[in-house]
Write a new protein. Structure first.
Length: 157
């Protein structure tokens, strides 16, 4: 019988429970850390998607108003813009600028295919220099919304 008692004492049920508890705790801790990482990734991904969607909406909105800008600019160029509409056009320019949109593309600029769309070429003008601007380009927060449509000088050779 003393052998039976010694075998019972060596198999302590508290050791088994403690070991089982430690394994369960590790599993729960691991699940918690993984869930926390998943949530952090979800939050970052959602934030990026929201920023991308906001940029797309802003860009689309600005593009839809650029035709009006072109009409105002064309009327101003031909002297057909009355003082009242000139005031409206000036306010319109301020609104676009405050929105983060800026026009670019002037005669004499160096041709840049990342900013300009060459629709024709002219001789007698220095090579790779903008000689005419058909429509100005626009940038919104550093990104091109519309390319400037230009004529570019070419070598006479």
């Amino acid at each position: 019988m003393p052998e039976d008692i010694s075998s019972v004492n060596s198999e302590n049920p508290l050791d088994d429970a403690s070991s089982s508890f430690a394994q369960n705790k590790e599993a729960v801790d691991d699940s918690y850390v993984r869930l926390l990482a998943e949530f952090s990734n979800f939050r970052k991904r959602s934030s990026k998607q929201l920023n991308d969607l906001t940029e797309q909406v802003e860009s689309s909105t600005v593009r839809s108003f650029l035709a009006l800008y072109d009409d105002f600019q064309l009327a101003e160029k031909h002297g057909e813009l009355s003082p009242g509409f000139k005031s409206v056009f000036d306010s319109y320019r301020k609104i676009i600028t405050n929105f983060g949109c800026s026009p670019f593309g002037d005669v004499g600029d160096r041709f840049n295919p990342d900013l300009h769309e060459a629709v024709g070429s002219e001789s007698g003008v220095p090579a790779d220099v903008v000689s005419q601007v058909l429509s100005v380009g626009f940038m919104l927060n550093g990104k091109v919304v519309r390319f400037a449509k230009v004529y570019v000088g070419v070598d006479d050779e």
